[in-house]
Design a binder for this molecule. Structure first.
Ligand code: BES
Ligand code: MN
Ligand code: ZN
Length: 501
């Protein structure tokens, strides 16, 4: 896709479609009045008819009349004072998705006054709109078939229309947005693939291909080496499947290098290619979703790839413990006692609490590789989805300044996090008769307990992002299809880039 920034008025821009965002109720004033006039009064007529609504992400497509674009797409940005960076991204995605199945090669998007609503002004709006349009192109329905007719259009050219702006600055910003959007889509495409397609070894192969393409160092740890390294929790979860586990380790920058912020950042992603629950098997209902229990792994693999594109050589580690959690004659059983890489013993009460087991060993390994700061990302608990739904990621972190640094990256990325507390009293619910602790306690406060468990494996500043609610959508929205969302990819990229030269 070619990208162009033009400083002309929207009515002077030739494209297959001109998209125009408007805040609040549609009122034809300023540039909107001129666009309406040239479109033969269509905007006012559609608004009066009720076709053009004020509800955020509502769209109406109409004739362009005397505009240079034959079609006009109006999109509601919602209440002006609640337009956030995330809303700008989603406006881009919703425009692109509204055109699904249509013949569109060149799309022009007028920035309107979106830049006035967010930090960073027009350049930020250009970046986030471009990212949104690219993310809007993602269509999981095309992964396994080529006869799908209603995919969002593959654009030859995206034209951002920003009268009077600094075109060069906006172009640079928008290019960054395109790359971040492409990275999110890489994560989503991997994540949406099914478990009979993507085993741990296949995911490792995808990571190898990415590493080769971008000049990243890669190491894939197989079970024999994991055993020598003492990764007893990781191996216990992986033992139930014929498809052996893989610990995928990617690195950009030199071994041992610190980034410009003085950190050696590690991003660690849960890679359960299928979570049946193991011996503590899950109910059949919605079990098919558990092919997306590798969302965290796909996210960290894509994030390091994006960082390598935007700022090659930035020191960063990405670690993805990858397994299938299956019942079988070799599976871990409830009551099995295993030893983690840091020497702690764990009593596996519930084999369905497998994410924390594989992440714990991966976090120990990140520290062994010299990580000074960590973020793990995981579809870890149903509890977070019940608490926060699919729009906000639950997050934990210690110490607070490190949490705040991750939250700031999230803000920049246009993603939403809600910080949850470590409630110390709940730790004793993980006490075990036989081991240092169990992997689950009673269900009450289970979300907090999952983070208390992971904290046992961090001795450096660490943040935990539970994306079980936000990692994939069960229903489509105007801005995204059902399936993997790519959530937190941009946050991790922004966090790593805070340490770029
Ligand atoms: N992968 C699941 C969590 C999950 C549930 C993700 C729903 C996405 C949607 C995780 O491995 C799991 O099974 N968690 C259990 C933990 C429990 C056994 C303590 C859960 O949430 O029920
Ligand atoms: Mn599970
Ligand atoms: Zn799981």
């Amino acid at each position: 896709m070619q990208l162009r920034v033009v400083v002309d008025q929207p009515w002077d821009v030739a494209a297959d479609v001109l998209a125009i965002p408007f805040a609040g109720e549609f009122v034809p004033k300023g540039a909107l009045a001129e666009i309406d006039k040239r479109a033969g009064g269509e905007l006012v007529a559609q608004a009066a008819f009720g076709e053009l609504k004020a509800e955020r992400y509502s769209t109406a497509v109409m004739s362009g009349g005397e505009l240079r674009a034959p079609r006009l797409l109006a999109i509601a940005a919602g209440e002006a004072d609640t337009i956030s960076r995330q809303v700008v991204i989603r406006i881009g995605s919703a425009i692109e998705r509204r055109l699904a199945g249509r013949t569109v090669k060149t799309l022009a998007v007028w920035l309107g006054d979106l830049g006035d609503r967010i930090d960073g002004g027009a350049a930020a709006a250009a970046e986030l709109l471009a990212r949104g349009v690219v993310e809007g192109e993602f269509e999981p329905a095309t992964i396994y078939r080529d006869n799908y007719k209603s995919a969002p259009p593959v654009l030859d050219e995206l034209i951002l229309v920003a009268p009077g702006a600094d075109a060069a600055a906006l172009k640079k910003a928008a290019e960054r947005g395109v790359i971040i959007g492409e990275g999110a889509n890489l994560a989503r495409r991997l994540d949406n693939r099914s478990a009979n397609d993507v085993s741990p070894e296949v995911l490792a192969g995808e990571a190898r291909a990415i590493a080769e393409r971008l000049g990243l160092y890669i190491d894939v740890i197989e079970p024999a080496r994991a055993e020598k390294l003492g990764m007893g929790m990781f191996l216990a979860v992986g033992s139930g499947s014929d498809n052996p586990p893989r610990m995928i380790v990617l690195r950009s920058g030199d071994e041992g290098a610190l980034d410009a912020a003085g950190r050696r950042l590690a991003i660690v992603g849960k890679g359960v290619c299928f979570d049946s629950g193991g011996i503590s098997i899950k109910p059949a209902n919605q079990m098919e979703e558990m092919k997306m229990d590798k969302t965290g792994a796909c996210t960290v693999i894509a994030a390091i790839a994006t960082v390598a594109r935007l700022a090659p050589g930035t020191p960063l580690l990405a670690i993805a413990p990858t397994v299938e959690n299956m019942p079988g004659p070799h599976s871990a059983r409830p009551g099995d006692i295993v030893k983690a890489m840091n020497g702690k013993t764990v009593d596996i009460i519930n084999t369905d609490a497998e994410g924390r087991l594989i992440l714990g060993d991966a976090m120990c390994y990140a520290e062994k590789l010299g990580a000074t700061h960590m973020v793990d990302i995981a579809t870890l608990t149903g509890a977070v989805a019940r608490a926060l739904g699919d729009q906000m990621t639950g997050a934990f972190g210690t110490p607070q300044p490190w949490y705040d640094a991750v939250a700031a990256a999230g803000e920049k990325a246009g993603e939403r996090y809600w910080q949850l507390p470590f409630i110390e009293e709940y730790r004793k619910d993980l006490d075990s008769w036989y081991a240092d602790f169990t992997n689950t306690g009673s269900v009450e406060g289970g979300l907090i307990k999952s983070a208390l468990f992971l904290r046992e494996f961090a001795t450096v500043p660490w943040v935990h992002l539970d994306i079980a609610g936000t990692g994939y959508f069960r229903k489509k929205t105007p801005y995204a299809p059902a399936g993997a969302t790519g959530v937190s990819h941009a946050t991790l990229v922004e966090l790593a880039l805070a340490g770029a030269e």
